[in-house]
Ligand binder design. Structure first.
Ligand code: IPE
Ligand code: IPE
Ligand code: MG
Length: 261
């Protein structure tokens, strides 16, 4: 096991035992996370919802670092949906402020770990000061290679699909007969990224909530009851261990069953 992993997942701990069950040669390339349950976490402690969001920042830090050390190529975090604008103004305002603070404080985490930031979602709806900070960190990290951290902000899967369709219609180089799945995917916000292999949702909800609708066609889904502010590196490892036990068939039959029909 590499030193990078040994110093992070200390021998003798629960996470080290989990790490020993992980086949590092068969990691998911892309892990996507619906970070849910901040409000319930806060409520159970008699705190306000925004305090739950603040506590969730630590989980983001830990998940980013653990995923990078493991060797995951792409980590996508769903941070704010198109539908989240329906929430009380004060909560929405605090969420954007927290994101801005996180970027100011955590740009070091990205730089020191050779991580690249990429944003998906409708940029035009973001508060100007948040967008400025996002673009600063995107530029700062644009040549980093170890892992891409994709943050979905003002993101909705249906909006992304409709926007892609519009861009295709506007692109005079595309003739209808040339349109296929690969061409279509190049017009999505996630152009150039592999589809998620593993989708994690915290807080026990069994739904997609308009996240990456196109991209999750064959993604393995892992739902945990753990609320996002309680999510730690060991939970990421649990998800990877479970993912590696799955039999991904993509509509085919298992290879050993071929020829037995
Ligand atoms: C996830 O936690 C954070 C965002 C959606 C921004 P929630 O705020 O949805 O927490 P619950 O689901 O109400 O517990
Ligand atoms: C999904 O969580 C969006 C994010 C995690 C940013 P929600 O809490 O908004 O989803 P629903 O409303 O429970 O489906
Ligand atoms: Mg929620």
């Amino acid at each position: 096991m590499s030193k990078i992993l040994e110093e992070y997942f200390r021998p003798g701990t629960e996470e080290h035992a989990l790490l020993e069950q992980v086949d590092l040669a068969r990691l998911p390339r892309h892990v996507a996370v619906i970070m849910d349950g901040n409000g319930r976490w806060a409520k159970s402690r008699g705190l306000s919802r925004v305090e739950g969001h603040a506590a969730g920042s630590e989980s983001v830090h830990e998940t980013v670092e653990a995923a990078a050390r493991l060797g995951i190529e792409v980590l996508t975090l769903f941070a704010f949906s198109r539908e989240n604008w329906k929430r009380p103004r004060q909560e929405v305002g605090r969420l954007w402020q927290l994101l801005k603070e996180f970027l100011k404080k955590e740009d070091k985490l990205l730089v020191e770990n050779d991580l690249r930031l990429r944003i998906i979602g409708r940029r035009d709806g973001l508060p100007a000061r948040v967008l400025r900070e996002l673009e600063r960190v995107e530029t700062l990290t644009k040549n980093n290679r170890r892992m891409t951290v994709v943050v979905a902000l003002n993101y909705g899967g249906r909006t992304e699909l409709v926007d892609a369709a519009r861009r295709i219609l506007e692109d005079k180089r595309i003739r209808p007969r040339d349109l296929d799945e690969d061409v279509f995917a190049r017009y999505l916000d996630t152009a150039g990224l592999p589809d998620p292999d593993l989708l994690i949702r915290t807080s026990g909800e069994l739904r997609i909530s308009n996240f990456l609708l196109w991209q999750v066609a064959y993604t393995e889904i892992w739902v945990t009851q753990v609320l996002w502010p309680d999510f730690r590196r060991r939970h990421l490892l649990q998800a990877v261990v479970e993912y590696q036990r799955r039999d991904r068939r993509f509509g085919d039959v298992k290879s050993r069953e071929r020829g037995t029909a």
